[in-house]
Every structure is written in C-alpha cells, then in structure tokens.
Design a protein around this ligand. Structure first.
Ligand code: G3H
Ligand code: 13P
Ligand code: ZN
Length: 308
C-alpha cells in the first residue's frame, strides 16, 4: 500500500459520512491517529500545515506518514493544509504529498480562481488532487450578524462557477465554523440552508468543513484542572457535524480537539508525577489521548468507522 489521493474516499463517503482530516506535527500524533484508524477500520487523511512543516520539516513528516502507511496498512492521503501560494503547493506535490489545499479565500474571486487554476494545472498531471476554499470562515462576532454572512460566507452560485472554472477536486466552504477553540459566543449556529444550496448546485461534488473541532467541555475542564486557563471555549456540536456529513461534506478538519486532548494528558501526567522527567512517560499518555479522541471522532462524529 502506498499513499493514496482522497478521490475514492470521497466518492464512497458522499452523502452518508465524512472522512476525518487530522493535523499532524510529530510522531506521537501520527501514531495515535493511525492506531485509532486501524481499530475503527477507517480511511484517513493526515494533513500538514505550513507551520507543521516548518516545525518538523517536510522530510520527517513525509517519512513518518510513510511509516504509518506501512504500519497500519490503511489507505492514507497526505494533504497540505492551507497552502497559501503556488510555491508551497508545488513543493509538497514534488515532495510526495497526494493532495494539496490552495487557500485563496482571502483573495478577490477572480484572483482566487486564477491561483487555484494554476495549482490544479500543476497538480493534476502529477496525480495530485486539489482542495480550494471560497468564502471566509467566521470570526466569533460574525455568528450573530446576518448581514456579515452574505459578505463572508460562501456564495452558492459563485461556488458552482468556481468549481467549474478551476477544476478543483473539493471545496472548503464557509457556513459558520471557524478555527481554534473559540468559535461561537452564545448558541452555535451553522448555515445549513446555505450548505444545502451549495450541495444542490454541485451534485456529488465533495465539500470540506474547516474549523470543525467540537471543543468538548470535559477536555477543556481536564486542561484547566491542572493549571490551564482556557476560558469561554466553544466548538461545533457533534450532531451538526454528523448532519453536515450527510449533506455532501466529505472531509472534516480537526486539529484543536487533538491539541486539547494531548495537552490535557501531558498536564495531568506532569502534575501527578512531579518527579518524572523521561519524555516517554508523558508523551505515551499523550499518544493514547490522541488515539482516544480520534476513535471518538471516527465513530460518533464522522460516522466513518468500518468503512474499509
Ligand atoms: O487551520 C489550521 C490548523 O489548525 C493548523 O494550525 O497553522 O498552527 O499548524 P497551525
Ligand atoms: P479546528 O481548529 O476547529 O480543529 O480546525 C482545524 C482546521 O480547520 C485545519 O485546517
Ligand atoms: Zn482550516
């Protein structure tokens, strides 16, 4: 088995479940995610941000993910998360990634199209698929302002035109999610009407949801119990993610929840074992915490267990 693209994963998932795309930065994270996917018999997307690539370096992440493919025997897609220009996409394509995201969401419509088209033209002849983004993810304040939705959320008609003109393979849409641990003030709200409209104009085409951590309150409490100060955190409720997975969202991105799980485990271990200083003693529980969180996501949030 070698690395795969997400094409087959998405065509199997469309309309009934979503594939988990988990951000990776080091060996323990990759191992924890891989072990969870083996136990849940789930396909997997491992994604690397520019920051992760700077932190761990391309070659280390590449080799670790190759090791995960060999170790798990699972179909794994290696994806660049939020590529901000052509150069980083090119470098990841040439460096063995099977999928890249070109994030032109901050650009005017025509410029986003031109940049995405440039990446697609480079990626496709090399067997690599491309995720693009249209619309800007919400900030905490945006959730309550209806007028700001039309300015920043994905416009369904533009989405259809964008896909047609760029030839991209999947599209990240803005319907109310946002990155990090502070997503909503008050009740969580996603614009499902908009999602439905986008999906109806792009039948069978894989949509992507970024900023989809749930920020589980018990996990925040565990972080805070041992000295953390994470206040007013709030994420996307699990039932909303399950619903999105039935509406054409084929890829759901999760990073913050893994960070919280890992940090809670390390804080707890060090607080309870102040005399220990062997990194394996706290990184082992951290890896287990990642595994537990990913199993929970695959089974209960993505509906992606037993899909192999
Ligand atoms: O969407 C961003 C991901 O959570 C990655 O974050 O850029 O800090 O690695 P990062
Ligand atoms: P979260 O911050 O909600 O985990 O989102 C991660 C993400 O979208 C990575 O691209
Ligand atoms: Zn993202």
């Amino acid at each position: 088995m070698s690395l795969v693209t997400s094409t087959e994963m998405f065509s199997k998932a469309y309309g009934s479940y979503a594939v988990g795309a988990f951000n990776v930065n080091n060996m323990e994270i990759i191992q924890g995610i891989g072990e969870a996917a083996v136990e849940e018999r789930a396909p997997l997307i491992l994604q690397v941000s520019a920051g992760a690539r700077r932190y761990a370096r391309h070659v280390y992440l590449m080799k670790l993910v190759e090791a995960a493919v060999e170790d798990t025997g699972l179909p794994i897609c290696l994806h660049l998360d939020h590529g901000e220009d052509f150069e980083i996409c090119k470098s990841c394509i040439n460096g063995g990634f099977t999928s890249v995201m070109i994030d032109g969401s901050k650009l005017p419509f025509e410029e986003n199209i031109a940049l995405t088209r440039q990446v697609v033209d480079y990626a496709h002849p090399r067997g690599v698929v491309v995720e693009a983004e249209l619309g800007r993810l919400a900030g905490v304040e945006d959730a309550v302002r209806v007028d700001s939705k039309d300015a920043s959320y994905t416009n369904p008609d533009q989405a259809a035109e964008f896909v047609e003109r760029t030839g991209c393979d999947s599209l990240a849409v803005a319907i109310g999610t946002s990155h990090g641990a502070y997503k909503f003030k008050g009740a969580a709200q996603l614009d499902f009407e908009r999602l439905e409209k986008i999906a109806s104009l792009l039948p069978g085409f894989p949509l992507v949801l970024h900023g989809a951590s749930t920020v589980i309150p018990e996990m925040v409490a565990r972080c805070n119990q041992y000295g953390g100060k994470i206040e007013d955190a709030q994420g996307v409720p699990e039932d909303m993610l399950l619903k999105a997975g039935r509406m054409g969202v084929c890829k759901i991105n999760i990073d913050t929840d893994l960070r919280l799980a890992m940090t809670a485990a390390i804080r707890e271990y060090l607080a309870l074992h102040p005399a220990d200083f062997d990194p394996r003693q706290y990184l082992g529980p951290a890896r287990e915490a990642i595994k537990g969180m990913v199993r929970h996501k695959l089974k209960n949030v993505l509906n992606c267990s037993n899909r192999m």
